[in-house]
Write a protein that binds this ligand. Structure first.
Ligand code: 13P
Length: 251
């Protein structure tokens, strides 16, 4: 069984005063939960401060992107080594907002994942279909293409997390049916097992993301092969994120 993971993606939200939310979260989760890992991915500007605040906590931190080069002339970009240096253990790669806003391709995501893993980070690779792709019954083909194109060969059960985030469910309040989530998660698991073998395939945590809230978390975590969530809006406030962590621990 993969370890359960409750991950928060703060996206482009948060300044120094938002760290009070992290203090609240850390106070409510004083020690490592045996079954649930907790990860927060703040904007790069907050990463070092947040990591320092969480030194004595079991909550991990991560970046939201990194460059595929180790260093160099890439104005405005952040390298995997810089994320590590700022205290991160994880990095989200291939989020649909990066794919859309910055034209990231599967091949870009794969290169970034290679660099991040080589630097010692765990990668959270995002996949997910648009509404038009779902309407055209192309969801599983799109997911398969993203997995094949974005996930590098060198992953293990230890350094890879996959997040299934249907683009139409992100920030919209719309959530797929539990059967639709289950179908995609079972498909991702089978695809990973085929490519990497049963041992690795089975131990990769599969997260669902897209309008996860305290009110729907329990139902989502009951779905087969859902090992946690990648939460956007509801991860910004400890009062919203904590019940999601608790629902995952109880699942
Ligand atoms: P919301 O939870 O705000 O829908 O965002 C999901 C997401 O994109 C997490 O990466």
């Amino acid at each position: 069984m993969p370890r359960k993971l409750a991950a928060g993606n703060w996206k482009m939200n948060g300044t120094g005063e938002s760290l009070a939310e992290i203090d609240r979260l850390a106070a409510a989760l004083p020690k490592a939960e045996a079954e649930v890992a907790v990860l927060i991915c703040p904007p790069a500007t907050l990463l070092e401060r947040m990591s320092a605040r969480l030194t004595h906590s079991a909550i991990a931190t991560g970046g939201q992107d990194c460059h595929f080069d180790e260093s160099g002339a890439h104005t405005g970009d952040v390298s995997a080594a810089m994320l590590l240096d700022a205290g991160a253990t994880h990095v989200i790669l291939g989020h649909s907002e990066r794919r859309n806003d910055h034209g990231e391709t599967n091949s870009d995501v794969r290169s970034k994942a290679r660099t991040a893993i080589a630097a010692g980070l765990h990668v959270v690779i995002c996949v997910g279909e648009t509404e038009a792709e779902r309407d055209a019954a192309n969801t599983l083909d799109i997911i398969q293409g993203q997995l094949a194109g974005s996930v590098p060969d060198l992953v293990t059960g230890e350094n890879l997390v996959i997040a299934y985030e249907p683009v139409w469910a992100i920030g919209t309040g719309k959530v797929p049916s539990m059967a639709q989530i289950g179908e995609v998660h079972d498909f991702i698991r089978a695809s990973l097992e085929r490519r990497f073998g049963a041992g690795v395939g089975r131990s990769v945590p599969l997260l669902y993301g897209g309008s996860v809230k305290p009110a729907n978390a329990q139902e989502i975590f009951a779905v087969h092969n859902v090992d946690g969530a990648l939460v956007g809006g509801a991860s910004l406030k400890a009062a919203d994120f904590l019940p999601i962590v608790e629902a995952l621990a109880a699942a």
